[in-house]
Design a protein around this ligand. Structure first.
Ligand SMILES: Nc1ncnc2c1ncn2[C@@H]1O[C@H](COP(=O)(O)OP(=O)(O)OP(=O)(O)O)[C@@H](O)[C@H]1O
Length: 262
């Protein structure tokens, strides 16, 4: 899907909310085309980090580099165009619209002819739309959504809607996919399915996946590397085996219940 996948380099990121240091000098590197998870107890700073990566929050200091580009200070829509796509807790899906239309919405940032040409029904716009619909069908196939394309999103199961959210993020042709608790509220079968899908997105499509997730079984089974946060600080970083055996992690995180109530 992407010819050149840049590495992601997060350096010394600091975010403060009043007296709270939500991120206190956090650094980590993500190899292209890998699954990199960010874990930690409630309030550790995981969501704040996703918000920094996607440009929702501007850190007080530090940098986020995608290849040669520093993303800090860029607007969220510019960051999306540079290849960061976020699924979940992002834009709500439009339940009455079809799966296909929801995926087409994901491609709007990629359209060249724009809405005016499209509205006028110009041939260039029609060709472009055909191309985008073709790509949407490919993405739907990858996510096993072909048969659901024409039906309204609102009628899909919970797991199905989650798949549409991933599909819509993929429709943006990202270099990096940000996933915020993709299996929260799912049953075991759905979790297994989404886990294999995420691994496949990294391996087959060579898209870098940044995963924030409380489900430790999933995290440890699909991640290439894991960064562990606690009170805004990085307390561990390594392969799943390394972090699982790190006394700092065992003491601070894995010793406590890993499933949050919400
Ligand atoms: N908008 C905000 N205003 C004030 N404080 C905030 C804000 N967002 C986060 N915080 C605080 O920053 C810290 C980190 O929060 P964050 O939501 O990033 O943690 P988290 O690891 O995602 O937690 P959870 O697992 O519960 O989602 C917490 O102390 C939180 O209360």
């Amino acid at each position: 899907m992407n010819q050149q996948i840049p590495a992601l380099e997060v350096s010394d990121v600091v975010v403060r909310f009043g007296a709270v240091k939500a991120l206190d000098g956090v650094s980590f590197s993500v190899e292209p085309g890998t699954v990199h998870s960010i874990i930690g107890p409630n309030g550790a700073g995981k969501s704040t980090m996703l918000n920094v990566l996607s440009g929702v929050y501007r850190p007080k200091s530090g940098s986020v580099r995608l290849g040669n580009q520093d993303l800090v200070g860029l607007r969220a829509d510019r960051i999306t165009k540079l290849g960061m796509a976020r699924a979940f807790q992002n834009l709500a899906l439009s339940g009455e619209q079809s799966v296909e239309e929801n995926l087409m919405l994901g491609r709007h940032s990629l359209t060249r002819t724009g809405f005016i040409a499209a509205g006028l029904g110009l041939p260039s716009a029609r060709n472009e739309e055909r191309r985008h619909r073709g790509r949407v069908r490919e993405i739907a196939e990858f996510l096993d959504l072909t048969e659901q394309l024409d039906g309204p999103v609102g009628e899909l199961s919970y797991g199905g809607q989650k798949r549409v959210e991933i599909a819509r993020a993929l429709a943006m042709e990202p270099k990096v996919l940000l996933l915020d608790e993709p299996v929260a509220g799912m049953n075991a079968g759905e979790k297994r399915y989404i886990s294999s899908l995420i691994a496949e997105i990294a391996r087959s499509l060579s898209i870098t996946v940044i995963l924030v997730e409380h489900d430790m079984e999933m995290v440890m089974s699909i991640s290439d590397r894991v960064t562990v946060l606690d009170f805004g600080r990085r307390i561990s970083d390594g392969t799943p085996a390394e972090v699982q055996n790190d006394p700092a992690v065992i003491g601070v995180y894995l010793g406590t219940p890993s499933e949050k109530a919400s």
